[in-house]
Design a protein around this ligand. Structure first.
Ligand SMILES: [Zn+2]
Length: 284
């Protein structure tokens, strides 16, 4: 599959951004407002990790997309958000990042029980392969919608796949309880599925109800993009992700907003987040 894809792709590009200029940092980070939820030392560590990430990975532009420094640095910063606690070793074993201009279609085949092969087109925002590349859609504004983060989503899958399938049960940090993780996520996933069946929206994109792996990836998007809302609606999930990613993004968002909210004090969702919950999202 990867070989076939390569024919469509522009030449691989390895970053030559050894030291991004202050202008480049400023331009790229201004499009990632949720970075303001991180404490200063984490932001500095993130920058260093992003530069190291760029030294290890190769970028391919698909469908004529020209990979530039802004795209590479933006993807590197967002991918490295997830490994601030783990370091680059968490992303070893693969190098390719394929970037599409906007969402893309992948032809699929499935065989039904009668042995008949059905072909269809899957419209995607991204895809992560266990030992292969990460594929992401690039949107010039940085995100296809409020609270949606394609990069965080796919790299969360990549972390999840480091110990097997993308099943929502990634390798935890020392000191975290596997049992507690399983209990919290199983309960929250069940609750989300029941709400989804009843047509009730939550802070999480309904795509999270697809399976536990998608729940983890979508919850990770919310953890970085809209953490106060995630903490208000799914406090136990927020607490597990906070331990997993080694960050208290909700506290950071509260401080960045100039307000302090007690844990569990519900802000609810704002309308712009609701407007994205209509299920028109392509399957990442
Ligand atoms: Zn996904």
């Amino acid at each position: 599959m990867f070989d076939t894809l390569k024919r469509w792709l522009n030449r691989a590009r390895r970053s030559e951004i050894a030291t991004p200029t202050p202008e480049l940092w400023a331009r790229v980070e201004a499009r990632l407002p949720f970075l303001d939820f991180l404490p200063e030392e984490a932001r500095l560590r993130l920058r260093a990790l992003a530069v190291a990430f760029l030294g290890e990975k190769e970028f391919y532009g698909a469908r004529g997309l020209r990979i530039n420094d802004d795209i590479m640095l933006s993807i590197a910063l967002q991918a490295c958000l997830l490994i601030l606690k783990r370091g680059l070793a968490a992303y070893r074993g693969w190098v390719g990042i394929i970037v599409y201009p906007g969402d893309f279609v992948v032809p699929r085949q499935v065989m039904d029980e009668a042995g008949i092969v059905h072909e269809y087109n899957d419209q995607l925002l991204g895809e992560a392969r266990r030992d292969g590349p990460v594929i992401v859609a690039w949107f010039d504004g940085g995100s296809p919608g409020p609270g949606v983060n394609v990069i965080v989503h796919e790299f969360a899958h990549k972390l999840d796949m480091a110990n097997g399938n993308a099943d929502g049960f990634p390798r935890l940090l020392p000191g975290m309880s596997r049992r507690q993780w399983a209990d919290v996520f199983t309960t929250a996933y069940g609750r989300l599925c029941r709400l989804d069946d009843s047509g009730i929206e939550t802070i999480l994109d309904p795509y999270a109800a697809s399976n536990p792996g998608e729940f983890f990836a979508v919850a990770s998007e919310a953890f970085f993009e809209t953490p106060l809302s995630l903490r208000a609606e799914f406090p136990a999930v927020y607490a597990q992700l906070s331990a997993y990613y080694g960050l208290d993004t909700a506290e950071g968002e509260a401080q960045a907003s100039g307000f302090r909210f007690a844990t569990g004090f519900g802000m609810g969702r704002n309308t712009s987040e609701n407007s994205n919950g209509g299920g028109d999202r392509m399957k990442p």
